[in-house]
Design a binder for this molecule. Structure first.
Ligand code: ADP
Ligand code: MG
Length: 693
């Protein structure tokens, strides 16, 4: 296989456009891509024509506007290119209008009250900054999705808006340093963790099929304690899955780069090469989709849930984030003092952003699934802090205190941004426990759950960093003495926000106490996080930077709450089904056998102490299970009766249903251990975690 030959073969990318579009059309499309200027209909028609011809040559029969509604996954509705002609045949058509705008029936997508069901219309609009591609015989056109009234209903539109906001403010800062950047882009690389299990065992687990995670399952005798899976040799079946995945991703232009086994048994990771944030987010959606579909072809099931198994590490998604001006990384520490000053300003902009708005970062990683993972010694705690590494922290410390910095070379350096030393580039001692770590020339946000869209945290990071940059630019643009004021601003920002820096072990109990002392937020539950989304300061922030309107913030808040409690509702019902329909009957059958044995033994005057003891244990646990099941059933009914108040529902699920689910599970898991394997009605953790050979 020749990677060069297959790479991007199914993408209508710049190279294809250059080859196939008339020079004038190409130039005006480039202008649209670069500056966001509107596309006129002649250009759109010409692009559509070239796209259609290209797609037909590649064997495509349909086209679809590919978008990202608030479900967190992608949506597509396929139309074929055919239009019947008068002679009983067909012509193949695709107009500029069909390319630029679509009008899917939007009534069944979550809108959080933004659109009444009777006003079903929603619009999809082409995002020319993300290339069209062919998937399963359909030409997929990445699009934004909004309501008839223009309110956003998706994850792409606000991402693009937030990228614009940060670009606008970053350019102002660049100008202060005498640089006119024509383009400031947000770059993102999203590492994706996932589990692969055998499809045949997956099919026997209702919980995995309906919820994506196990709701029952006793701790297996072997988990990840031997650390023998991390970076281990990849098993042949998994390797052949990964090979096909890479190839299919390369064909649609997703630069899949790194693959390896992760911490938990059956857990793996894929990381692509970073690119523009909106493209990276589209790519991440494609990666997740292909993982599922290709796994299925290999008789595997891919689990993207953030906590599929209790007691073994869950899966995260790491968002690597930076800014680039005309292709140059703005978080790359420079070699010259002035470059260092600019770097420091951007770095402190991020510190200020994270410190002032850690609640919003927390919102972007909140969800029922991630509640099971954050703070579980496998993922960062819910307390948000920034890791900078010892040396960089020391440098900031000297700026803060106005003392001199004794660099590695033992050269005494006076304080002030124009005499800062070269920054450490070594990022080898990266702190894996930090939620938000500076890793040499980018930040890595590690709190995201594996199933999340990469857009959400990007929207938050972009908006809050745009806010810092705006405040810096507002202050410095009026400066009479730039150098001095810049030094003062950097120093002031470090002084005000250094509490957010933490280089120690984020998993330790000491840190919780220390963070409380520092006044950092520790938002433990998702519901509490959601509530902070609509704080007035946050609504104002989004409005100020043109990322969300007030009603858009509220609609998203509503959707987050709905997603949260609906997820738990499905889980609670699935647990009841499994407990009633599978676990109890298994125990009954086993009890039946045990009592028969005990009775037979008694008839023969043999001792049956062991059997009787086990019967007693099983019966007592079964009674507890029954009690917990009744309780969960009643609570679920009560939850269902809460109408039209999502916050109340979400709170009820968090406070009442989750503990009741945990209790039910604890008895079921004990019963699993005591029940003979042949009576168990679904595969155990051992079957699930070690079945792929
Ligand atoms: P690790 O697992 O050690 O964190 P990986 O190599 O798995 O590192 O992933 C690092 C990710 O960061 C990759 O997706 C990479 O492309 C991305 N990345 C590197 N530089 C940047 C940058 N300037 N902006 C955004 N992402 C970046
Ligand atoms: Mg990482």
């Amino acid at each position: 296989m020749n990677i060069k030959e297959i790479y991007s073969t199914n993408v209508f990318n710049d190279k294809v456009m250059r080859e196939r579009l008339p020079a004038k059309v190409y130039a005006s499309l480039q202008k649209t891509i670069e500056s966001g200027s509107p596309l006129n209909s002649d250009v759109a028609n010409a692009v559509a024509l070239a796209m259609k011809d290209w797609a037909l040559e590649k064997g495509a029969t349909h086209f679809t506007h590919w978008f990202q509604p608030m479900t967190g996954i992608t949506a597509e509705k396929h139309d074929s290119f055919i239009t019947p002609d008068s002679g009983g045949g067909v012509i193949l058509e695709f107009s500029g209008k069909s390319l630029v705008q679509g009008e899917p029936d939007a009534s069944s997508f979550p809108s959080g009250g933004l659109r009444a069901t009777f006003e079903a219309r929603g619009y999809t609009a082409w995002d020319p900054t993300s290339y069209a591609f062919i998937k399963d015989g359909s030409l997929c056109i990445p699009t934004a999705f909004c309501s008839y009234a223009g309110d956003v209903l998706d994850k792409k539109t606000p991402l693009l808006r937030s990228m614009q906001a940060v670009e606008r403010e970053a350019k102002r800062i660049m100008r202060l340093f005498g640089q006119d950047a024509s383009r400031v882009n947000v770059t993102c690389g999203a590492e994706q963790e996932y589990f692969l299990i055998d499809k045949s065992v997956w099919l026997k687990r209702t919980d995995l099929m309906t919820c994506g995670r196990t709701l029952f399952g006793a701790r297996p005798p072997k988990g990840q304690e031997m650390n023998d899976h991390y970076f281990g040799v990849i098993k042949p079946r998994v390797a052949s899955f990964m090979k096909e995945l890479d190839e299919e991703l390369w064909k649609v232009g997703v630069p899949a780069k790194t693959k390896h086994n992760e911490t938990a048994p059956a857990q793996h990771e894929l990381a692509p090469v970073f690119t523009s944030a909106n493209v990276a987010s589209d790519h991440n959606q494609i990666i997740m989709e292909f993982m599922k579909s290709i796994a299925s072809k290999h008789n595997l099931a891919c689990l993207l849930h953030e906590k599929p198994f209790k007691g073994v590490s869950g899966s995260g998604k790491h968002i690597n984030w930076s800014l680039s001006a005309n292709g140059k990384n703005l978080l790359e520490p420079g070699d010259t003092p002035s470059a260092n000053a600019q770097f420091l300003l951007f770095l402190t902009a991020v510190l200020r952003a994270v410190d002032r708005h850690s609640d919003l970062l927390r919102v972007s990683v909140a969800g029922a699934g991630n509640d099971l993972r954050l703070g579980g010694f496998e993922a960062p705690p819910p307390i948000i802090s920034v890791y900078l590494g010892e040396e960089l922290s020391e440098i900031l410390d000297t700026v803060d205190k106005g003392t001199s910095y004794l660099g590695k070379e033992k050269k005494r350096l006076e304080p002030g941004v124009d005499v800062l030393p070269r920054f450490p580039k070594d990022n080898s001692d990266r702190n894996r426990t930090s939620p938000f770590a500076f890793t040499g020339n980018k930040f890595e946000f590690r709190m995201l759950g594996s199933s999340f869209s990469a857009s959400e945290p990007n929207i938050m990071i972009n908006t809050i960093v745009a806010d810092s940059l705006k405040s810096f630019a507002d202050e410095l643009e009026n400066s009479k003495n730039f150098k001095e004021d810049l030094s003062a601003l950097i120093r002031k920002t470090i002084t005000n926000h250094k509490r957010i820096i933490f280089n120690g072990n984020n998993y330790s109990a000491d840190w919780v106490a220390e963070a409380t002392k520092r006044g950092l937020l520790n938002i433990n539950s998702s519901v509490e996080a959601f509530e902070s989304f609509i704080l007035e300061k946050n609504v104002n922030l989004f409005e100020l930077h043109g990322v969300f309107t007030r009603s858009e913030v509220y609609s998203r808040y509503e959707i987050l709450l709905e997603n949260y409690y609906k997820t738990l509702h499905i889980e609670a019902l699935t647990m009841q089904d499994m407990a009633r329909g599978q676990i109890m009957p298994s125990v009954f059958s086993y009890l039946n056998e045990l009592t028969k044995i005990a009775k037979n033994k008694k008839d023969l005057s043999l001792d049956s102490k062991v059997e009787v003891k086990l019967i007693g244990k099983l019966s007592a646990l079964n009674e507890k299970l029954d009690f917990a099941l009744e309780r969960l059933t009643k609570l679920t009914e009560t939850a269902e009766s809460i109408k039209d108040n999502s916050l109340k529902s979400a709170k009820f699920y968090h406070a009442e249903i989750v503990p009741a689910m945990n209790e039910l599970r604890s008895y079921a898991d004990e019963l699993e251990i005591l029940t003979a394997k042949k009576y168990l009605s679904f595969p155990t953790y051992i079957d699930l975690l070690f079945s792929v050979r």
